[in-house]
Ligand binder design. Structure first.
Ligand SMILES: *[C@@H]1O[C@H](CO)[C@@H](O)[C@H](O)[C@H]1NC(C)=O
Length: 334
């Protein structure tokens, strides 16, 4: 009896040892297979992405509006999955252009703008920076990642910053036909006295894109700083208006950007002939356009923030930030 028991224990131990040995061998085999099939596994993962399923009975955000009444998404953190979006836009091999105007002393902002864009803007996608300037030799040579280019375009000098700002529409319109249409699929038009401080990716791309102005977020339409002079081409009556859009960040396909800049430039010229200048210059005309040509996507103030507006709860990320500066000094120095 006692011998039998001892034998049993021995057998038990042997079985455990066998299991351990088998498990080890299996693990080694797995690793060797993974090594051998590594490229295939990686390829398969690319083809079939792993991501959490959208939950049809669970809203992504409950504190902010994420869809306009004309069904344009309002882009906030938490409302989209960049794994899905990146794969979709890579499939289309999308090319993105970004325009900035750096005239006079504003050339000092270019280096930081591009350096931070290299880190955060459309990472992994094809990007062309279009820098419009009257001081071509002041634009530094900047190391760019693969698939990214810098194009410097000469523009005339305008003395007043309001003119510099307004003429942007004319120059974007002109370059849309000359260059953009042949070189990029989407255009993003932004201010240069800014830095990227968090990811901005393909979630912002759509036919026509406007950005909620950080200083006018949730302001009632009658208090928005739209142009109120009925003589002006930028006029918006007090009982109209959806959102107040920022002049410092708009975008879309080249065709849509052409239409937008064409409207804004023509409206400005018509006003100029009447000796009228809209209250917020190009921004006033942009707001007029976007009110009657609704954007297909709207960016939350995450995409254009100024720390002067504090850090409200709804703002989960600050992706594109105004550089602190003395407005007067930079704008008026020659
Ligand atoms: C942003 O959204 C993602 C989900 O898409 C979430 O995991 C993350 O915590 C959010 N970030 C912040 C700062 O709330």
């Amino acid at each position: 009896m006692s011998i039998n028991r001892a034998e049993k224990i021995c057998w038990k131990k042997c079985w455990i040892l066998n299991y351990v040995l088998a498990f080890l061998l299996f693990t080694i085999w797995c690793f060797s297979m993974m090594w051998r099939w590594h490229p295939v596994v990686v390829y398969a993962c690319k083809e079939q992405m792993i991501y959490s399923q959208p939950e049809s009975n669970k809203p992504t955000r409950s504190d902010v509006l994420i869809l306009s009444p004309w069904l344009a998404p309002i882009v906030w953190n938490g409302t989209y999955n960049s794994v899905i979006l990146n794969a979709q836009f890579h499939q289309r091999n999308v090319r993105v252009g970004i325009t900035v105007f750096a005239t006079k002393k504003y050339t000092i902002f270019v280096q930081n703008f591009i350096d931070t864009a290299e880190k955060y803007f459309m990472v992994g996608h094809k990007v062309t920076y279009y820098v419009f300037t009257d001081r071509v030799s002041d634009i530094p040579a900047i190391d760019l990642r693969e698939g990214r280019h810098l194009v410097v375009l000469q523009v005339p000098t305008y003395q007043r910053w309001q003119d510099v700002s307004m003429r942007r529409m004319e120059m974007i319109r002109h370059t849309s036909q000359e260059r953009f249409i042949n070189e990029v699929d989407y255009l993003v038009c932004v201010d240069v006295d800014m830095i990227f401080s968090d990811e901005i990716g393909v979630e912002i791309l759509s036919n026509l894109v406007g950005t909620l102005h950080p200083g006018m977020f949730s302001v009632p339409r009658e208090s928005c700083t739209y142009e109120r002079n009925p003589q002006s081409e930028a006029y918006i009556p007090t009982d109209d208006g959806d959102f107040y859009y920022a002049g410092g960040f708009f975008g879309g396909t080249i065709e849509e950007i052409y239409k937008l800049t064409n409207f804004c430039h023509n409206a400005m010229m018509a006003d100029q002939a009447k000796n009228i200048e809209a209250i917020w210059h190009d921004e006033s005309y942009l707001n007029k356009y976007l009110l009657y040509h609704k954007p297909t996507k709207i960016l939350s103030p995450e995409y254009l923030w100024d720390d002067d507006f504090g850090r409200p709860d709804y703002l989960k990320r600050r992706r594109f930030l105004a550089v602190r500066k003395n407005h007067y000094q930079i704008r008026n120095r020659r």
